[in-house]
Design a protein around this ligand. Structure first.
Ligand SMILES: Cc1ncc(C[n+]2csc(CCOP(=O)(O)OP(=O)(O)O)c2C)c(N)n1
Length: 357
């Protein structure tokens, strides 16, 4: 017997929970970069809280929160170049925000108006994607196009831990390896796929090792550590520019309900939630910035106030937009509606008018 293949999965972590940076950390981030990190994460955390409030008060539809996972999307936004192609799943507000997508457009999406995802002003990025893992194939297609056109741009796609059990994920990974595509896959491993915990999702020791079967490197990174994320993403994006894909598994925790239609207290063990709360990325970054005298408490307070005002402005824009008519739910799928949908359409219109009279 001979060993035909062996592999290792590295894990990157530089900023500890006390806000101390490892002495041997092979990355330095400028004060301006770190302040931008905090600004984006603060804005998105406020956006998240207010979005939940909008849903709870009947002003928006179902919404997928990102509490506890703000740093992964922020790091992607910080490292991906404007002309690269970003292919999100549905918890990617931090990245979209940095790629100039209006927060009011994200609210419109969750308000049921998908026209807001056409991004006429950022046309090469993809819309939020709810059909799990399908975005991986779209990203592989985009990466193929970028390669075919001889650009040095890359596609970066995100997916949840549960999504990595889908065929679309494996197919996209396989073609990325086989065709040397300029692509980076980022798994936002928040430990849960709705109520299914990771240990029931897979027997794999890591999700990152799924890359090995596709013929390229998989790495794990502390998804609550902006230094490690920045380092790993920068390297992976650079490698992708030369036709070498990477799978990044960013470890985090979903400190929220799956969506506003869920109640996570029914299945997330409270001791686990308490442990995860000690690891919140924004708190860790604040500790570092305060310790290093890069920011003061007053600076952070000012940042909060400014972020709050920006989010409020976007909420006003969202609320002042004309709502789509209720019947549009039915109007764009069929050339001729089947009878049962004609009936449902009429019923929906009647209920809507009844509720708004
Ligand atoms: C193809 C498909 N199957 C099922 C669903 C229903 N669904 C929505 S979210 C979700 C769980 C996804 O979990 P994960 O990939 O871990 O991402 P997370 O929501 O935790 O960020 C499922 C099964 C869907 N949207 N699309």
């Amino acid at each position: 017997m001979k060993i035909k293949a062996e592999f290792q999965i590295p894990y990157y972590h530089y900023l500890n929970n006390k806000g101390e940076l490892a002495e041997n950390a092979p990355i330095q981030l400028s004060d301006d970069t770190l302040i931008k990190y905090l600004k984006v994460m603060t804005t998105i955390q406020i956006f998240d809280k207010k979005s939940i409030a909008l849903q709870r008060t009947g002003k928006m539809g179902t919404y997928a929160p990102i509490y506890g996972q703000e740093s992964i999307g922020t790091a992607i936004g910080m490292t991906l170049a404007p002309n690269d192609v970003f292919v999100p799943y549905y918890r990617d507000y931090a990245t979209l925000y940095q790629r100039n997508i209006k927060l009011s457009d994200i609210l419109s999406f969750w308000g049921g108006d998908e026209r807001s995802m056409s991004f006429s002003y950022q046309a090469h990025d993809f819309p939020l994607c709810v059909p799990i893992a399908s975005q991986c194939l779209h990203a592989a297609g985009a990466a193929f196009a970028l390669k075919y056109q001889n650009t040095k741009n890359v596609a970066l796609v995100t997916i949840g831990d549960g999504g990595t059990s889908e065929g679309d994920f494996y197919e996209a990974m396989n073609v990325a390896g086989a065709w040397d595509l300029p692509i980076v896959f980022v798994i936002k491993n928040n430990q849960w796929a709705i109520s299914v915990p990771l240990e029931k999702q897979t027997r794999c020791q890591t999700l990152a090792q799924k890359a090995i079967a596709a013929g390229f490197q998989g790495v794990q990174v502390d998804g609550n550590d902006v230094f490690a994320l920045h380092h790993v993403l920068e390297n992976a994006i650079e490698k992708a520019r030369n036709g070498e894909p990477t799978l990044i598994e960013a470890i985090s925790y979903r400190l929220s309900d799956h969506t506003t239609a869920d109640d996570a207290t029914r299945y997330q063990p409270s001791h686990q939630v308490e442990e995860a709360k000690q690891l919140i990325p924004i708190e860790r970054l604040k500790k570092y910035l305060l310790k290093q005298n890069i920011l003061t408490e007053a600076d952070i307070e000012k940042m909060n106030i400014e972020a709050e005002a920006e989010v409020e402005k976007n909420i006003e824009v969202y609320l002042s937009q004309n709502q789509q008519k209720i019947e549009t739910i039915f109007d764009y799928h069929y050339a001729a509606l089947p009878d049962y949908l004609i009936e449902q359409r009429a019923e929906a219109m009647e209920e809507f008018h009844h509720a708004h009279d």
